[in-house]
Design a protein around this ligand. Structure first.
Ligand code: NAP
Length: 251
């Protein structure tokens, strides 16, 4: 049986984060739906409450220390101390290295790495107090290297190191930390990539599916299912792992 916990899912207004938030709520957890724009969170929150779950919309930029502190304080007050964190908020600023601006580099590092650090740091004391916690960080198959993504691949590889270190430091407090490294998942993010390379999204999906061993692209629910497992009571001996969810060994 699932013991209800308070979960924070960042970047949960849409895409993978929205699916993870809905799945964790369906599993019985109270979910803070965090995204840049609080209004944009209402779709996810409404879907959760319509299904009988409990959710709170919280507007915050995860790369801002003051936003994150205020967001976590609000979650504690309105939903209870968070003991599950899914660091999912993400942005792309793809370009070949010679054309990549310092701003493109800093923005990607700020959201993925600094954001995951800030949210995890703010939440970990509640996990330690509860002697129980689960951290799930969204990495990517791009961590292995991907043309046009020097910033993103470095951030996603960095998240794997961050995850393993969290697992080492927090394990004795009953806290596990794991990373999910998705391959191609059908969301606005991959739609934007198709647009950037000038290929209709349907063709992009079809071509990508042909390269993937299971012959389909991923859906946000594929990642939500993995996150549900990693935050479950029974996954307490799984820590410091990177689980590639990519329809094969890589995308
Ligand atoms: P998405 O559809 O673009 O959704 C990302 C969400 O994060 C958006 O709602 C976005 O808000 C929010 N966000 C961006 N910057 C933020 C910030 N500073 N603070 C709070 N929220 C912020 O992306 P997705 O495809 O669902 O991806 C989710 C995660 O999975 C990302 O970490 C991504 O890198 C990773 N991933 C995705 C794929 C894939 O194929 N889709 C593959 C591997 C890994 P706005 O809408 O306001 O920008």
């Amino acid at each position: 049986m699932t013991e209800p916990r308070t979960a924070i899912v960042t970047g949960a207004a849409r895409g993978i984060g929205a699916a993870v938030a809905q799945r964790l709520a369906a599993d019985g957890h109270r979910v803070a739906v965090v995204d840049l724009d609080e209004q944009a969170c209402s779709g996810t929150v409404d879907a959760i409450t319509a299904a009988g779950g409990s959710a709170l919309a919280v507007g915050a930029d995860v790369s801002s220390e003051s936003d994150v502190t205020a967001a976590v304080d609000r979650v504690v007050a309105d939903l209870g101390a968070p003991t599950i964190v899914v660091n999912n908020a993400g942005v792309l600023r793809d370009n070949l290295l010679f054309k990549m601006s310092v701003d493109d580099w800093d923005t990607v590092m700020g959201v993925h790495l600094r954001g995951s650090f800030l949210v995890t740091k703010a939440a970990q004391k509640h996990m330690v107090e509860a002697s129980w916690g689960r951290v799930v960080n969204l990495s990517s198959t791009s961590a292995l290297g991907n043309r046009g993504q020097a910033n993103y691949s470095a951030a996603k590889a960095g998240l794997q190191g961050f995850t393993k270190t969290l697992a080492i430091e927090l394990g004795k407090f009953g806290v596990t930390a794991n990373a999910i490294a998705p391959g191609f998942i059908q969301t606005d993010m991959t739609a934007a990539t198709a647009e950037r390379v000038g290929v209709p999204f349907d063709d992009f999906i079809k071509y990508s599916a042909e390269q993937i061993p299971v012959q389909r692209v991923g859906q946000p629910e594929d990642i939500a299912h993995t996150a549900s497992f990693l935050v479950s009571e029974g996954a307490g001996f799984v820590s410091g792992q990177v689980i590639y969810v990519a329809g094969g060994p890589k995308d």
